[in-house]
Design a protein around this ligand. Structure first.
Ligand SMILES: Cc1cc2nc3c(=O)[nH]c(=O)nc-3n(C[C@H](O)[C@H](O)[C@H](O)COP(=O)(O)O)c2cc1C
Length: 220
């Protein structure tokens, strides 16, 4: 099999394939402010941290099928401010409900009765129930065709729910955190069984190879 040539696949098949293969993806539940000051919330799993210096995250914002902007995209384009709340098991249902196609004029946060707390460096409130909330401002956005943009955001401040973060050691209590991941379609994953792997230095690896009677492969 020569593999699948992506340009031969329909857009839907590419989406299905890539989303099912690149898993699990973390979920950003993004709050923004609309033009009237109402709090919008929507989940995005084309999301990840990109770097720590500067501290950047990336979000893949697809436009609606009629090419109009999602509320999140429009609000960030206007204000340049947003908050990413990480999604744990307890927040999963609310996250899913935030993806309901509420009319733009209706705040998901108000409709679903989600409690908010004020942020410090941005005007956009954060969700009180979130395990972690990242106050962000837009760094840049790149348009890819008429249908989507890649948003790069700078993380200004991180809020942690009580008991999850030791700020001296920066240790996150992963067992208490309980993040979920997005798989594909309506499928999500728990992250309940982490495992440890210690990485050897090259010298340690060579010594182990010799101890095991195996010769490290020579470059040809
Ligand atoms: C788990 C999950 C992940 C999603 N990821 C994305 C994404 O990465 N990009 C995107 O454009 N839409 C994504 N969506 C769809 C948006 O959340 C949905 O279109 C939402 O209604 C947009 O709301 P807004 O118009 O208030 O911004 C996702 C939905 C779910 C449930």
């Amino acid at each position: 099999m020569p593999g699948l040539l992506l340009r031969d696949l329909s857009r839907q098949d590419r989406y299905k394939l890539l989303c099912a293969v690149v898993v699990p993806r973390p979920i950003a539940l993004v709050t923004t402010l609309d033009v009237n000051g109402a709090v919008n919330a929507a989940p995005f799993s084309f999301f990840n941290v990109f770097s720590e210096d500067p501290p950047l995250i990336v979000l893949g914002l697809q436009h609606k099928s009629d090419r109009t902007l999602k509320d999140t995209t429009r609000n960030i384009q206007r204000d340049g401010e947003f908050v990413v709340q990480m999604v744990d098991e307890a927040l999963a249902k609310a996250m899913n409900d935030c993806a309901i196609d509420f009319p733009s004029s209706e705040s998901e946060v108000t409709a679903l009765g989600l409690a908010t707390l004020p942020s410090v460096d941005v005007r956009v409130p954060r969700l009180a129930a979130a395990p972690f909330a990242l106050e962000c401002k837009r760094n840049m956005s790149l348009a890819f065709g008429p249908g989507r943009e890649l948003l790069v955001g700078e993380v200004l401040r991180v809020h942690a729910r009580e008991g999850l973060l030791d700020t001296e050691s920066m240790y996150v209590d992963f067992a208490a955190y309980r993040p979920i991941g997005r798989l594909f379609g309506n499928l999500y994953s728990y992250q309940r069984e982490p495992f440890t792997m210690v990485r050897e230095t090259h010298a340690e690896w060579v010594m182990r190879m010799q101890a095991e009677g195996r010769e490290p492969a020579q470059e040809s």
